[in-house]
Unconditional design. Structure first.
Length: 203
C-alpha cells in the first residue's frame, strides 16, 4: 500500500471513529447536550482534530443522520419480497413505526431536528429523497395493481407518510401521555390498522 492510500485509509478510519463516538454520545445524552469537545474527549483527541473532518456540529449531525437513513433502508429491504403491493405498503408502515420506536433519538435527528438540515441547505436531501422514492414506488405499484385509483403517486405517498409520521411523532414526543402505557400501544396499533383500512377503501 502506497503512502497516499495509507493516508486516505487513516483519514477514513478517523472519520469513522468520530462518527461512532458522536452517535454513542448523542444516543446516550441527547443531541443538545453533546458538544464537539465532548466528542473529542471521547476519542482522546483535541477539538481541532474534529474540525479537520467536520465544519461544525450540524455537519456532524448530518453525517450521523445519513447513517440513520442507511439503517432504516436496511430495515425496509425485506419488504421487496412481498408480492402483494398493498401488503408491502402496510409492512413498510409497520417497519417505519418500529424503527422510530426502537431508535427514538436517531429518528428525531432524521425527521424532526432542524440542525442536520442546515448542513445541507445548498444540496438536495438525497437521504430523504431515496427513502421517499421507495415509498412512492410501492404506492405506484398499488395504483398499477388497481388497489388505489389512478392518481399522482407522489401526492398519495406524501399523504400516507404524513399520517404515519404524525402519530408516530406524537407518540415519541410524549404527546400521548394522557393515556396509560397499555392504551398508548393499543391506540398506535389500532390507528395504524384503521388508516390502512381507510386508504385501501378510499384512496
Amino acid at each position: 500500500m502506497g503512502i497516499t492510500e495509507r493516508k486516505e485509509r487513516e483519514k477514513e478510519e478517523m472519520r469513522k471513529r468520530i462518527l461512532d463516538a458522536a452517535q454513542t454520545l448523542f444516543l446516550e445524552n441527547g443531541y443538545e447536550k453533546v458538544s464537539i469537545r465532548n466528542i473529542a474527549d471521547a476519542i482522546e483527541y483535541s477539538p481541532a482534530t474534529i474540525y479537520l473532518y467536520f465544519k461544525d456540529k450540524n455537519e456532524l449531525l448530518y453525517a450521523v443522520h445519513k447513517k440513520g437513513f442507511g439503517l432504516m433502508l436496511q430495515d425496509f429491504a425485506p419488504i421487496a419480497t412481498i408480492d402483494d403491493p398493498f401488503e408491502r405498503l402496510v409492512e413498510m408502515g409497520r417497519r417505519y413505526i418500529s424503527f422510530a420506536v426502537n431508535n427514538p433519538e436517531l429518528f428525531d435527528l432524521m425527521f424532526i431536528m432542524v440542525g442536520p438540515m442546515e448542513a445541507c441547505l445548498d444540496d438536495e436531501w438525497d437521504e430523504g429523497k431515496n427513502a421517499f422514492n421507495t415509498l412512492v414506488q410501492v404506492v405506484r405499484d398499488c395504483i398499477n395493481a388497481g388497489v388505489f385509483k389512478p392518481q399522482d403517486p407522489e401526492v398519495a405517498a406524501m399523504m400516507i407518510w404524513s399520517a404515519i409520521h404524525g402519530y408516530t411523532a406524537l407518540f415519541l414526543r410524549k404527546r400521548m401521555m394522557m393515556f396509560s402505557e397499555e392504551r398508548r400501544q393499543e391506540l398506535m396499533t389500532e390507528a395504524f390498522n384503521l388508516f390502512c383500512d381507510t386508504i385501501k377503501r378510499g384512496l
